[in-house]
Each structure stands twice: as C-alpha cells, then as structure tokens.
Design a protein around this ligand. Sequence first.
Ligand code: GAR
Length: 190
Amino acid sequence: MKKRIAIIASGSGSNAQKIMEHFKYHDQAEVALILSNNSDAYVLQRADNFEVPTHVFDRHTFYQTDEITDLLTRLQIDLVVLAGFLWLVPKNLLDKYPNKIINIHPALLPAYGGKGMYGDRVHQAVLDAGEQESGITIHFVNEHFDEGEIIYQARFRIEPGDSLEVIRFKGQQLEHQHYPKVIEGLLKKM
Ligand code: GAR
C-alpha cells in the first residue's frame, strides 16, 4: 500500500501544490488529504484540481476534540505535513504521530522563529538585521513554535539591494525544490 500524506495549510498552498505534483504519479506515496482551518484558502482549490479530498476544521474542533486525530487515523495517514499552517499542534495529535508531523519555515532556525514569525514577517526581520544569507528549515513539530528537531536546511545568499520580494522569492524557490524530496526521503525510512 502507498504511504499516505496529509497536508495542513491555511493559505495559498504553493508548497502543497508542489507536493501534490511530486506525488501525483508516485508509486510509493500519495497525498490523501488536505486540511485547512480557513474555508477560503486557495489551497482548497488546488486540492480540488488534483482531486485530493479536503477537510476544513475550526479552532474548537482542533483543540477541544479528537476529530482531526480520528480522521487522520481512519484515513491511515502516515505523515502529516504542515505547509503554511500557523497554529500549535495539540498534544493528542502529537502523541498519535510521534516524529511524523513536519513543518517548513522560511528561515534558518533557530534564528527568526517563534510565535508570530511567519511569512513576510520573517523575511522583513532578516532584511532589517542586515543578514547576508537566509534559507529554509524543515523540522519535526513539537509542542513549541519552530523548535522541533531540524531535518533539513538549505541556504541562499542575500545580495546587497535585495528587496523583501526578492528574498521571499529565493526562499520559495528553495521550499518548492526541497520540501517534496525531504518528504519522500522521510517516507522511505518509515
Ligand atoms: C511558506 O513560505 C512557509 O515557509 C511559511 O508559510 C509559507 C506558506 O506558503 N510558513 C511559516 O512561516 C511558518 N512559520 P504557501 O501557502 O504558498 O505554501
């Protein structure tokens, strides 16, 4: 049986798109479900385009019930992939999927992580600090923001004069290039 991936995303879902593309014709793994806490998220449209089932949940369901954990178990999900999802993962879900929930962050953790550090806020902080490089981090998820064990990092140079848009673009390119492959590598070991 193919390994089954669930992706949780809140927004555009460009990473989800790359992951669905990567596994569309894969013989060992598939994207089995896309979940979102935002019923307007463009990622849900992307999922429809790939005929991947979707599920929308709210804060109460996520934190006060076992509904999401039960759904993932029922669908025999092997790996949970966060891709632009900003809520802490509750203990019941972490316990059910030990070292099987991963996240991508648009900077070189442990720098520029933590609560409130997401998307352009991260790139702006990197720019304000005058850094000469930034990158991406893929890590296991634990009960704290951006603190789980690091699985993979990739870096890019920040050239003098690079704008926030340029930095965002360089980071996105790396995310799209590496996240599907890192997921594939993890699934092979499972
Ligand atoms: C990605 O750049 C990801 O690294 C970031 O959200 C973006 C989602 O983009 N995540 C965080 O900042 C987490 N702290 P996408 O919806 O186009 O995949």
